[in-house]
Design a protein around this ligand. Structure first.
Ligand SMILES: Nc1ncnc2c1ncn2[C@@H]1O[C@H](COP(=O)(O)OP(=O)(O)O)[C@@H](O)[C@H]1O
Ligand SMILES: [Mg+2]
Length: 414
């Protein structure tokens, strides 16, 4: 090939490459411009918004939603899942198919509590464990304070223990007890900052589609009970029947109050009945004390029959009874820590013979209540506001507080 032809060939190759690079730059620019435009539902760019949402979820950062996004996701709050001490829960679905439970908290937002709220949400939103319900994010706007949780397809445990046909067998219930104990143990013993739940009860044990238990509402007591939060928690701390004695007496409170509530929950799992059932004969009205009396007089056989426990589950049931009696000991320091409860439930640790947890109820015995080293909590509640649904969502930008707690804004179309 002559030199002249080589030069022409080189020029052609150069021109072709230059044209290709030029086209590529143009395409990229146009794409960037398009991305910054509002996302139109149904367009291919919607997937980009969804990708961002999923990325935020995967990066495990709490996401900040607007009231409008939540109103759309919940179809204007049309699907009620239930309500409790902190607020009302609605089912929601985002356009990417993620199902959520939106808990609308009673109260009104206030700039003063915004930082505190985000600090708490920032902590709760980063706690991940197989046996804890995941908090995806929140909304903190003038007219709406809400928390957005993963949706749990089979609802709460109370439904299966007390209402529906007793569809869950004893082995499954034992698994649920172990999983629940693991979730609480994680909150108490593995989180950087210990979290006391304060409201362990069957309504706060949620079941996913495979009936794996996940503890709900952890961190809420703190979030809703600070003097300056303006979010009201009705009924004070804990739920009657599950709340440890120290919660309604002027004694120091520690994580052992959750152990007590777990013990009460365990009794209900054992009996597949509410602990307090006034429809029953007086002697059986309060199940835990009835169980203690059977245990103390070596009549567990009667209990096994009354509770309809099959022969093959007898051993598990007896173990659960002893553990429940340990968990509800009157003196907090006698109650085991939750990781020990897990081991005893699993059977890897022998369960010693428990003493009478109800001595204070049966005889006039007074206890010198030991002073614990943990802080005490007051249970004052503050003013309440009402939840108002709004049609126009205010536009929210990431604030310095949000950046401080690494809170992400939800993509426009979630
Ligand atoms: N993440 C969730 N997924 C599915 N259902 C939920 C979820 N959170 C709460 N619920 C339902 O809403 C009900 C009310 O919840 P909540 O307000 O926490 O009240 P409580 O804990 O006192 O039962 C629960 O009993 C449960 O059936
Ligand atoms: Mg709850």
């Amino acid at each position: 090939m002559s030199d002249g032809l080589r030069v022409i060939e080189a020029v052609i190759v150069f021109v072709v490459i230059a044209v290709k690079v030029g086209i590529l730059i143009c395409v990229c620019r146009r794409r960037n411009q398009t991305d910054s435009r509002p996302v139109i539902p149904g367009s291919k760019f919607l997937t980009l918004a969804i990708d961002k949402f999923l990325n935020d979820m995967e990066r495990e950062k709490p996401i900040r939603f607007t009231d409008q996004q939540l109103r759309i996701a919940t179809d204007n709050y049309s699907n009620l899942l239930g309500s409790g001490g902190f607020g009302t829960v609605y089912k929601g679905i985002f356009t990417n198919g993620t199902m959520v439970a939106v808990k609308v908290l009673r109260g009104s937002s206030d700039k003063k509590i915004e930082e505190q709220f985000m600090a708490e949400v920032g902590t709760i939103g980063r706690i991940h464990h197989f046996n804890l319900v995941r908090l995806y994010g929140f909304c903190f706007e003038k007219n709406l304070i809400a928390l957005v949780y993963e949706y749990m397809g089979n609802g709460s445990l109370d439904k299966y223990l007390f209402h529906e046909k007793k569809t869950l067998g004893y082995e499954k219930l034992h698994e649920i007890a172990v999983g629940t104990a693991r979730g609480i143990a994680y909150l108490h013993e593995e989180c950087r900052q210990r979290i006391i739940h304060y409201d362990i009860k069957p309504g706060n044990i949620l079941l996913d589609r495979n009936f794996n238990p996940k503890v709900a509402d952890f961190g809420l007591a703190k979030l809703c009970n600070k003097d300056n939060t303006h979010i009201t928690m009705t009924g004070g701390r804990g739920t009657p029947g599950y709340a440890a004695p120290e919660l309604w007496m002027p004694f120091p409170i520690t994580h052992k109050c959750d152990v007590y509530s777990f013990g009460m929950l365990l009794f209900e799992i054992i009996g597949r009945r509410r602990n307090l059932d006034i429809k029953r004969a007086e002697s059986q009205e309060w199940f835990p004390i009835w169980v203690w009396k059977r245990f103390d007089t070596a009549q567990l056989g009667e209990l096994i029959i009354v509770c309809g426990i099959e022969e093959k589950s007898k051993e598990i049931a007896e173990r659960m009874i002893k553990i429940a009696l340990w968990c509800v000991q009157y003196r907090p320091e006698l109650r085991p820590i939750m990781s020990v409860v897990v081991k005893m439930l699993e059977g890897s640790l022998e369960v010693p013979e428990p003493g009478n947890p109800f001595q204070h109820l049966m005889g006039a015995v007074t206890f010198a209540h030991p002073v614990q080293d943990s802080q005490t909590y007051n249970t004052t509640t503050t003013s309440s506001g009402s939840f108002v649904m709004v049609t126009n969502s205010s536009i929210i930008c990431a604030t310095p507080i949000m950046r401080k707690y690494e809170i992400e804004l939800a993509s426009r179309n979630v």
